[in-house]
Every structure is written in structure tokens, then in C-alpha cells.
Design a protein around this ligand. Structure first.
Ligand SMILES: N[C@@H](CCC(=O)N[C@@H](CS)C(=O)NCC(=O)O)C(=O)O
Length: 221
């Protein structure tokens, strides 16, 4: 039985899971859901995720929610080298940088993307520029740390690609469609790292699930 993923793929949380499945070459079935019609509040969905969120993954008898926990499960089972499985030290580095993504990058890049892309297009309201500015200032400092880190190693957790890098792809996909992409483009190592992530065949597949052209504005040149 194929692994099933429930959710709407425009969500960076859902697409994070899809990226890991694509990278690991897993045969999966996407079960599309609609936020607009409240599919995530349906009792059948709440039975899988009592928090009423997507994604949810079913793998045989195992049902999981929380995108990073799902990502770890998928890779542990199907492509453990992407978790740094070769050594305790390597897996600890992967864990550390996944935490950085979750707690330092996603909240800032996510807030900027929500204000610049989601608010005007999906919520029909003007962006709150004060929120954008506050997050941009914080993100600049975080990106400087990334630039320094990437001077030491090709990828975040070392010289090989891992979940630490992949976990960034989906939120950065949206962030890089805002005018604040220049923050990344100004940093040569972060910029090269991003380009190499976005060029991966799996990332290109998943980017198709997160269209920037239909309704969501493209970056202003
Ligand atoms: N920490 C969760 C966050 C999941 C999440 O926030 N998902 C959004 C999708 S964009 C959701 O389901 N929102 C439900 C809602 O909008 O009510 C994860 O990583 O999976």
C-alpha cells in the first residue's frame, strides 16, 4: 500500500513532506484537501490529527502529523543518509540545523511570505509593512549566521546534503518570490546554497505543487 499524504500542497508544511518523499523516491498517494471547505475540521481528519492541521501521513498502520516528524520518519525508513545516519555526530548536526530552520528561519521567512504573498492574494488585505520590516531586520541577522556557516561547509550540516537543507526549501520557495529575496541574493554562499537546492529534480517537482504564477505574485524584478 502506497504511503498517503493528506493536505493542500500549496502549504509549505505539506510540500516539505512531499519533497522528502520525492528525494527518497517513495511511491506515494496525495489525498487532496481543501482549507476553504474546512476539510481539516472534518471528524475523519481530526481523528488523524486532533490539531486540525495538514499534513498527515499514513504509512501502513502508522499515522503521523507534524511535517518535520513526518520528514524524519520518511527519511529514516527510505533514505537514512539524509538524516546523517553515518555517525552520531553527523545526525546531531542534521538535527541541530533542522531546529534552526524550524525556530529561526521558518517563523521569519514565513511571516514575510504571509504578509507579502498570502495576505493580499488569499486573504484580500493589504500587507502589514510593520510586521514585514520587523521580520526582515531579524532575518538579516539569521542569514548572516547562515553565510558564516556555509563558509565552513557546503551544506548546513556538513559537506553532504541532508534534511537540514531540504527542510528549508518550501518556505524559501515563497520567501524568494518576494522582493526581500535580495537579502539572500546579497550573500554569495547562501545564494549558491539556495540555487543548488532549487535546482534539485525533487525540488522542481515540488515547486510545481506551489505555483507562484496563478494568483500568487511573482517577484518584482
Ligand atoms: N507545525 C505544523 C504546522 C502545520 C500547519 O500549520 N499547517 C497549516 C497548513 S498551511 C494548517 O493545517 N492550517 C490549518 C488552518 O489553517 O486552520 C507542521 O509542521 O506540520
Amino acid at each position: 500500500m502506497a504511503v498517503k499524504v493528506y493536505g493542500w500542497t500549496i502549504s509549505p508544511f505539506v510540500s516539505r513532506v512531499l519533497l522528502c518523499l520525492e528525494e527518497a523516491g517513495v511511491d506515494y498517494e496525495l489525498v487532496p484537501m481543501s482549507r476553504d471547505t474546512g476539510d481539516h475540521r472534518h471528524p475523519d481528519h481530526l481523528a488523524m490529527n486532533p490539531f486540525g492541521e495538514v499534513p498527515v501521513l499514513e504509512d501502513g498502520d502508522l499515522t503521523l502529523f507534524e511535517s518535520r516528524a513526518i520528514a524524519r520518519h520518511v527519511l529514516r525508513k527510505y533514505k537514512p543518509e539524509l538524516l546523517g545516519s553515518g555517525s552520531l555526530e553527523q545526525s546531531a548536526m542534521v538535527d541541530m540545523w533542522v531546529e534552526v530552520e524550524a525556530h529561526k528561519m521558518q517563523p521569519l521567512a514565513g511571516a514575510i511570505a504571509v504578509e507579502c504573498i498570502v495576505a493580499p492574494v488569499l486573504h484580500g488585505r493589504e500587507r502589514n509593512q510593520a510586521v514585514v520590516d520587523e521580520n526582515v531586520e531579524k532575518l538579516k541577522k539569521v542569514l548572516e549566521v547562515y553565510e558564516a556557516r556555509l563558509a565552513q561547509s557546503k551544506y548546513l550540516a556538513g559537506d553532504v546534503l541532508s534534511l537540514a537543507d531540504l527542510s528549508h526549501f518550501t518556505i524559501m520557495h515563497y520567501f524568494m518570490a518576494t522582493e526581500y529575496a535580495t537579502l539572500v541574493e546579497a550573500l554569495p554562499r547562501v545564494s549558491a546554497w539556495w540555487e543548488s537546492l532549487a535546482a534539485r529534480p525533487a525540488a522542481k517537482v515540488v515547486a510545481e505543487f506551489m505555483p507562484l504564477g496563478s494568483g500568487v505574485p511573482k517577484k518584482q524584478e
